[in-house]
Design a protein around this ligand. Structure first.
Ligand SMILES: Nc1nc2c(c(=O)[nH]1)N(C=O)[C@@H](CNc1ccc(C(=O)N[C@@H](CCC(=O)O)C(=O)O)cc1)CN2
Ligand SMILES: Nc1nc2c(ncn2[C@@H]2O[C@H](COP(=O)(O)OP(=O)(O)OP(=O)(O)O)[C@@H](O)[C@H]2O)c(=O)[nH]1
Ligand SMILES: [Mg+2]
Length: 451
């Protein structure tokens, strides 16, 4: 019971485990007192580091020798009083310091995402910026890092709040006319509101029709490696992953389960799936593998179709049938092709095919560049518009667009105004400008402790 009334939170802000230096962070009204209690000295000047020894508040035992920082609220990350302890990064040191701090008045361990949640409540961040912090911590490639930084800087918040502001203005105009019913509504007011809604709707639809590139950049582009058995799909996967992720053997039908590897292709995140070779009638386990291979091919953002150069010019028809304009075609085992085939530029189902050899390295650089270019066009947008990065934003925008298009059909001004109010609310939920208590647990649940 006592635990839950404590309101100053503490957590390890750096990664758990052994490390050179660890950072513990406190936020709340009791932060300064806790620091004074375990150091026996007053807080240093705001935002200046000072060296302190840390002692257990009850038994006085020495716990560490480190640095401290004091950020008085409201000019802090959370908007509350914040204290940081930079200590030696070992299990015993951080555990004993956390225990010592929790023995101080009002201090308790933080929940996941609680620091960022407090920053949101205190107006330091909107929800898209808080989500961007989580994305930045999770970013594995440069392009993901850039997207998260842009969102953290408020690019998405400005776009959505700008739209919301426009809507509120249209709504205010409409409501002014509704409140004065005896005045005739001049045609230009009605038309002006409609034109505004139409152009907003167009901007919103353009933003929604982005091929999910922001969401894909966040999650990684799904690429499936498909082809006949023994073509070298697993060999190619291992070569791209630079490790032996999948079993390679001369036996056709080696791969059964889908083997996933995460790649960084020129800064872009890719989830590459090696799959079972496509062929007819085999044992039930292999058949299940082939079913999974086809399912992956179906849902992939991009496919790499690998043909076996050793059987050239015969091409596996199961694979040819899956080649479409989101397929990069390669003919592997170029080292086995007859010499006169090396110079020609073959095509498969109308797509240019690149001759490669995983064994000799022939054509691999050109293939990698072509693949990276395909990935880039699917993840990188044109111009400077910030990308939609989450399904949560997409569904709110879709709700908003539905309300807007309904408002244009509304048979009465009052109903039009009501639709605009609902549209404004849907937009407000993205940045957290309206009541979003119901959303907060979902959003902050996935944060790490200490964020
Ligand atoms: N040691 C340490 N490093 C860190 C953080 C931290 O909390 N501690 N951060 C935490 O995630 C990030 C930096 N983000 C921060 C954002 C705002 C404020 C801050 O004090 N804001 C005040 C004052 C603004 C100013 O003077 O520039 C404010 O917004 O009012 C501090 C850190 C990354 N590095
Ligand atoms: N000559 C030659 N052999 C290759 C090349 N790439 C792969 N191989 C060989 O081809 C055989 C099959 O390779 P895998 O990578 O297991 O083929 P796969 O397409 O994954 O096969 P399944 O999993 O059975 O569908 C192995 O013996 C590889 O060493 C290449 O570039 N040249
Ligand atoms: Mg394989």
């Amino acid at each position: 019971m006592m635990q839950y009334s404590r309101n100053t939170i503490v957590a390890l802000a750096s990664a758990a485990g052994r490390g050179g230096v660890a950072v513990l962070r406190l936020s709340g009204a009791g932060a300064a007192a806790a620091l004074e209690k375990i150091t026996g000295k007053s807080c240093p000047a705001p935002r200046y580091a000072a060296r302190r020894r840390f002692y257990h508040p009850q038994d006085g035992g020495l716990l560490d020798d480190g640095l401290v920082l004091w950020f008085p609220g409201p000019a802090s990350f959370t908007g509350e009083d914040v204290v940081e302890l930079h200590c030696h990064g070992g299990r015993a040191v951080t555990d004993s310091l956390l225990a010592a701090l929790c023995a101080c008045d009002d201090v308790r361990p933080a929940d996941a995402g609680e620091f960022s949640r407090r920053a949101f409540h205190n107006g330091k961040l909107d929800l898209t910026q808080a989500e961007a912090i989580a994305d930045l911590v999770d970013a594995e490639t440069l392009a993901q890092q850039r997207q998260a930084l842009r969102q953290m800087d408020g690019a998405l918040a400005r776009l959505y709040d700008g739209w919301r502001h426009d809507l509120i203005r249209s709504l205010a105009h409409l409501e002014a006319y509704i409140d004065f019913p005896d005045e005739d509504l001049p045609a230009e007011v009605d038309e002006g509101a409609r034109a505004g809604i139409r152009s907003l709707l167009q901007a919103m639809r353009g933003h929604l029709a982005d091929g999910h590139r922001g969401e894909r950049l966040r999650d990684g582009l799904a690429v499936a490696v498909i082809g006949p058995p023994n073509a070298g799909k697993s060999s190619l996967t291992n070569s791209l992953a630079r490790r032996e992720a999948a079993i390679v053997s001369a036996t056709a039908g080696t791969t059964r389960d889908v083997v996933e590897v995460h790649l960084d292709l020129g800064g872009y995140p890719v989830i590459l799936a090696d799959t079972a070779g496509l062929r007819e009638g085999s044992d039930p386990i292999e058949a299940e593998g082939i079913r999974r291979a086809r399912a992956r091919a179906e849902t992939a953002d991009l496919k790499i179709a690998v043909f076996d150069g050793a059987s050239w010019p015969a091409l596996d028809t199961h694979t040819v049938n899956l080649v479409d304009d989101s397929t990069v075609v390669v003919i592997n085992k170029g080292d086995c092709l007859p010499a006169d085939q090396h110079q020609t530029c073959p095509t498969v189902a109308g797509r240019p095919a690149q001759v490669i050899s995983v064994h000799s390295g022939q054509g691999m650089d050109a293939f990698l560049s072509a693949l990276t270019a395909e990935v880039q066009t699917r993840l990188e947008g044109q111009g400077s518009a910030p990308a939609l990065t989450r399904a949560r934003h997409r569904s709110a925008l879709e709700d908003c667009a539905d309300c807007l298009s309904r408002s244009l059909q509304a048979p009465a001004l009052e109903l039009m105004a009501e639709d605009l109010r609902l549209a404004t609310r849907a937009l407000g939920r993205i940045t957290g400008r309206v009541d979003v208590e119901d959303l907060l647990d979902v959003i902050f649940r996935d944060f790490c402790i200490g964020k």
